[in-house]
Design a protein around this ligand. Structure first.
Ligand SMILES: [Zn+2]
Length: 554
C-alpha cells in the first residue's frame, strides 16, 4: 500500500518536472507520396546501384547536395561546400611476397595462397624475427583488457588469434556476440605496432571456431585471380598508419609454429580466453621471415553534409545528427541493385526531415539545438563514410548530442524458413507479423534514447522492437551509427529489418510499405525535435558488464 502511494507521488513529481515538448512543427509536410516520388528516382535503373567510385554514385551525391541547397540547409565545411571529402584505400597484391619459417633443422618457403596471404592493409617490406604469441592481440582500455601489458616486442613477429574472447558468448563484455571494434585485424595490427612488433600473423581462433578449414579457398577469395567486381576498401587515414607487414596464416602452419611452446594451438587459443588479457608467450622453435608487397591506391570519396542552426544562444553549439547512406551495390551485369529500401529510404527520410525543419524555422519555430543532416557514402564497403566523419567531424565531436541513423526503414521484416546465411542469428518470421514494426538498435548503450524513442512514438503508435543489440547477426555493427557509438556518442539505428529482397536486384521501390515508412520518418523527426528542445542530453553507458546484465535480465 505504502509503496503504491510512494510510486504515485514520484511519478506525479516526475511528470511535473518534464519539459512540455509537444508535436514537432510542420509534421504534415512528411507524407508518403513525396517519399515515394523521391525513392522512385533515387532507386531507378538510372542510378545504377550507386556504387562507390562510379559516375552514378557521384551524380547521386550531387543530387543530394542540390536538395540540401534547395531546401535551405547551411554548409558546415569551412570552404562553403556541402561535401566532406576523405580518402579510401584499395590495394593490389605485388609479386614479391614470401613467408619463410626456419627451425627444427628445416626451412619452409611458402608462397601467398599457400598457408598464408598478406592483408590488404599490410605495409610492404621484409621482416625477420623470433615469434611471440599474444592471444587475441588487443589493447582495450575501457574494459581494462590488454594482451601486451607493458611488454616491449621490438623485433618480434607476433602471432594472434582472429576475433575476441567470448566470441560466441552473449555475456562477453566485448559487445556480447557482436564483434567488437578492437577485434578488427587492422586495429590489432596497430596495437602490435604500438608495442614495437616488427610484423603480425593472424590465425583462426580454433577454440571458439573449431572444425575444418579450407585455407586455400579463403586465400583465393581474399586475393582473387581476376580483380573483383567491387574492390576491398578501407580508410586511407587508417591504413596510412600501418608500417608493419600483416598476414593471415593457416591453422596447419600455426600448429607447426607453436610446437616450441609445448602446447597445442587449441590449448593456446583456450588460454587467450581471459577477462584482462594474457601475457605474451615466446614461440622459440621457429624464426619467421615475412616479405610483403602490397600496392596501395588512394580513391577520393565524399559525404554530403548540411546544417540547420539552432535558435538558443547556448544550446545551438550542440547538434543532433540525422543520417542515412547513399551508396549501394552497383550493377550485376546489366542489372542494377536498386537499393530502394537500402538505403534510398533513409536518404529520402533524411531529406524530408531536413525540409520539415527548414519550413518550421522559416515559420518562426527554429529548434533550440542545431541539427546536422548527413548522407554518408561507402556504408556498404565498411561504414567508411560515417567512420571518416566520426574520426574527423566537421563540428566538435563532444557537441554531438545523439545520432539517429536511418538505414532500411521501409519494408516489413521477413525471415523465411531456410533463408540461408544472410539471415544468420535471426528468428523465422513473416512479413505480416511486422506490418507495423520497426527495430531500434543501439539503446543497450543508451537507455535514454530508448525512452526518447518510446516517448516520440506515443502519438505515432508503431511497434518498437529492441531486440537485436546482442545478436549473432552482428546487426549492431552493420550500419552507420556504429562508428559514433565507438566514439562514445549515443546513437540509434532505425531498421525495419531484413527480407528476402535484401541485397538483391529485387529491392525495388514498388516493394516498400510507404504508410509505415512515413510514420517512421515522423517518429525520427519527433524524436530529434524533442532532443533538440530539451535541457538535458542523453547519456552513454560504459560497455563493462553491460552485456552480462542485459542477458541476465531477459
Ligand atoms: Zn544499408
Amino acid at each position: 500500500m505504502r509503496k503504491a502511494i510512494l510510486t504515485g507521488v514520484l511519478s506525479a513529481l516526475g511528470f511535473a518536472f518534464q519539459t512540455p515538448q509537444g508535436k514537432a512543427p510542420m509534421m504534415d509536410s512528411i507524407n508518403s507520396e513525396a517519399l515515394k516520388a523521391d525513392v522512385s528516382f533515387l532507386a531507378s535503373d538510372l542510378s545504377q546501384g550507386r556504387l562507390t567510385d562510379t559516375p552514378a554514385n557521384r551524380w547521386v551525391a550531387e543530387w543530394i547536395r542540390s536538395r540540401f541547397e534547395r531546401i535551405g540547409l547551411e554548409t558546415v565545411d569551412p570552404g562553403g561546400s556541402y561535401y566532406q571529402t576523405y580518402y579510401l584505400m584499395t590495394s593490389t597484391l605485388g609479386k614479391e611476397n614470401l613467408l619463410e619459417v626456419s627451425g627444427e633443422g628445416v626451412t619452409l618457403q611458402l608462397a601467398p595462397g599457400q598457408d598464408y596471404y598478406p592483408h590488404n592493409f599490410s605495409a610492404s617490406g621484409l621482416v625477420r624475427g623470433p615469434l611471440v604469441y599474444a592471444g587475441f592481440g588487443m589493447t582495450v582500455p575501457d574494459l581494462s583488457y590488454d594482451d601486451y601489458r607493458g611488454q616491449d616486442l621490438s623485433g618480434r613477429v607476433v602471432l594472434v588469434l582472429n576475433g575476441e574472447p567470448g566470441d560466441q558468448d552473449p555475456t562477453s563484455p566485448f559487445d556480447g556476440v557482436v564483434r567488437s571494434e578492437a577485434s578488427s585485424p587492422l586495429r590489432k595490427t596497430l596495437f602490435a605496432q604500438e608495442h614495437g612488433a616488427a610484423g603480425i600473423l593472424f590465425v583462426r581462433d580454433v577454440h571458439s571456431h573449431p572444425g575444418p578449414e579450407d585455407f586455400e579457398a579463403a586465400a583465393r577469395s581474399y586475393w582473387p585471380e581476376q580483380p573483383p567486381r567491387i574492390p576491398r576498401y578501407t580508410l586511407a587515414m587508417w591504413s596510412d598508419q600501418v608500417r608493419i607487414p600483416a598476414a593471415e596464416i593457416s591453422t596447419a602452419l600455426a600448429r607447426i609454429l607453436v610446437r616450441g611452446s609445448k602446447r597445442s594451438l587449441e590449448e593456446l587459443a583456450e588460454a587467450a580466453e581471459s577477462q584482462a588479457g594474457m601475457t605474451t608467450l615466446p614461440l622459440p622453435a621457429f624464426t619467421v621471415s615475412l616479405k610483403t608487397a602490397v600496392q596501395r591506391h588512394t580513391v577520393p570519396d565524399r559525404n554530403v553534409v548540411g546544417l540547420l542552426g539552432g535558435s538558443d544562444p547556448k544550446l545551438k553549439a550542440e547538434h543532433i545528427i540525422i543520417c542515412g547512406h547513399y551508396d549501394h551495390n552497383g550493377m550485376e551485369g546489366s542489372q542494377a541493385y536498386p537499393g530502394a529500401d537500402d538505403d534510398a529510404s533513409g536518404i529520402v527520410g533524411t531529406i524530408a526531415i531536413a525540409d520539415a525543419y527548414v519550413q518550421a524555422a522559416r515559420a518562426g519555430q527554429r529548434p533550440k539545438r542545431s541539427v546536422l543532416f548527413a548522407a554518408w557514402d561507402t556504408e556498404e564497403r565498411g561504414l567508411l563514410g560515417a567512420w571518416a566523419y566520426a574520426e574527423s567531424p566537421l563540428l566538435p565531436r563532444d557537441r554531438i548530442v545523439a545520432v539517429l541513423n536511418l538505414d532500411m526503414i521501409s519494408r516489413d521484416e521477413e525471415v523465411p524458413v531456410g533463408g540461408g546465411p544472410k539471415f544468420n542469428g535471426l528468428e523465422v518470421q513473416t512479413a505480416e507479423s511486422n506490418r507495423n514494426a520497426v527495430n531500434i538498435l543501439g539503446t543497450v548503450r543508451s537507455p535514454d534514447l530508448k525512452v526518447e524513442t518510446e516517448k516520440a512514438n506515443k502519438e505515432i503508435g508503431l511497434d518498437l522492437r529492441f531486440r537485436y543489440d546482442n545478436n549473432a547477426s552482428n546487426l549492431l555493427r552493420r550500419s552507420d551509427h556504429w562508428p559514433f557509438m565507438q566514439h562514445g556518442i549515443p546513437a540509434v539505428w532505425f531498421l525495419t529489418g531484413l527480407h528476402p529482397d535484401y541485397h538483391t536486384i529485387y529491392d525495388r521501390p514498388e516493394k516498400l510499405n510507404y504508410r509505415k515508412f512515413e510514420r517512421i520518418v515522423k517518429l525520427v523527426y519527433q524524436e530529434s525535435w524533442n532532443l533538440a528542445q530539451q535541457a538535458g542530453r542523453p547519456g552513454m553507458l560504459p560497455r563493462k558488464g553491460l552485456m552480462t546484465e542485459a542477458s541476465s535480465s531477459k
